[in-house]
Design a protein around this ligand. Structure first.
Ligand SMILES: Nc1ncnc2c1ncn2[C@@H]1O[C@H](COP(=O)(O)OP(=O)(O)OP(=O)(O)O)[C@@H](O)[C@H]1O
Length: 302
């Protein structure tokens, strides 16, 4: 468990983290989400005690053992020119006085055939697989991945997701990750914090964050043919209340329990092309930043 209480950090006069508090539980995959400059990497540097800060971070192991217990993998690693895969693995093994079987680990990560390859000749996906493998050599309790899938194609990303899940489940390792990819976080994370200008604005599971943001609200969109376009305060608006309208297409935001009543009214109005939308994690994330995606898929300020 890592317990972060009232963490604040400034670079000169610029405050980057403001009174941030949350707990990472043992065995979970925990994601830190936020747009560029939100303070994610700074937060990780604080957890790793790489920079000074104010506030409290408590670990379940003595602070002097942080590097034995937490492995950190940043977005891109730089390896010595000409270094071979097995040489780097053995170097990590010696430095960390680990007794792990490197061949077995390479085999598990489908990298055994690359054992004698020059690391710089590996593809982006293979390099990231190796990065994940290297974090395991000292058998840490916690691994932190900072934007580890940035720059990978969709297939390589999904393979890395599989490995992160495997490391979490089979090696019983707690994972903390930062990412810009909502699908990645949705797929991997048990719990999430969303940082906005250094402050935690939302925390919880994907479902909890959507619920905190939208409650039981849903959206329905439908077309009523043969209506005069842009008729202000027409009969349908008067009947249904919170309606927005674009030509003959109507959009209503409603509470889930009103659904049967709304559908009935749409039927009475000869509505067609009916589309019901449940708010997604992406909708919640964007709303938190002050944006919405409209019916045409365009992003606009609320
Ligand atoms: N050493 C530093 N000195 C001064 N300012 C810094 C330093 N490191 C980071 N910052 C600033 O702190 C803010 C947060 O940076 P940080 O790298 O933590 O953000 P991030 O959420 O990881 O961003 P990204 O998603 O772009 O990687 C940014 O505005 C950045 O310019």
């Amino acid at each position: 468990m890592i317990n972060i209480q009232n963490l604040s950090k400034s670079y000169g006069r610029k405050q980057v983290l403001k009174d941030t508090s949350f707990t990472v539980n043992n065995g979970e995959i925990f994601a830190i989400l936020g747009h560029n400059g939100a303070g994610k990497t700074t937060l990780i540097k604080c957890i790793m005690k790489l920079i000074p800060y104010s506030g409290e971070i408590d670990y379940e192991f003595p602070e002097k053992d942080i590097y034995k217990n937490i492995s950190l993998q940043m977005q891109s690693s730089v390896y010595e020119e000409g270094a071979k895969v097995y040489e780097i693995c053995n170097l990590y093994k010696q430095l960390q006085k680990s007794d792990i079987d490197i061949d077995e680990l390479l085999d598990e990560f489908d990298l055994l055939s690359f054992k004698k390859s020059n690391i710089n000749n590996l593809s982006g996906g293979e390099k990231q697989k190796l990065s994940i493998l290297l974090t395991l050599i000292n058998k840490p309790k916690v691994i932190i991945f900072d934007e580890i899938t940035t720059g990978l194609d969709i297939v390589a990303r999904r393979k890395v997701w599989g490995l992160i899940k495997k490391v979490n489940q089979e090696y019983n390792t707690t994972i903390i990750l930062t990412s810009h990819f909502l699908d990645e976080v949705e797929y991997l994370a048990n719990r999430i914090v969303i940082l906005e200008k250094g402050e935690v604005t939302l925390k919880g599971s994907v479902g909890e964050i959507v619920q905190q943001t939208f409650g039981n609200k849903k959206k329905i969109s439908f077309v009523v043919p043969n209506l005069v376009p842009n008729l202000k305060d027409g009969p349908l608006e008067q009947e249904l209340g919170n309606v927005t309208r674009d030509g003959n297409r109507f959009i209503i935001e409603y509470d889930a329990e009103q659904e049967a009543e709304i559908l009935e009214k749409i039927k009475e109005s000869n509505g067609t092309d009916i589309y019901i939308k449940n708010y997604s994690f992406e909708d919640a994330f964007l709303k938190n930043l002050g944006y919405v995606i409209n019916e045409k898929g365009e992003i606009t300020h609320e």
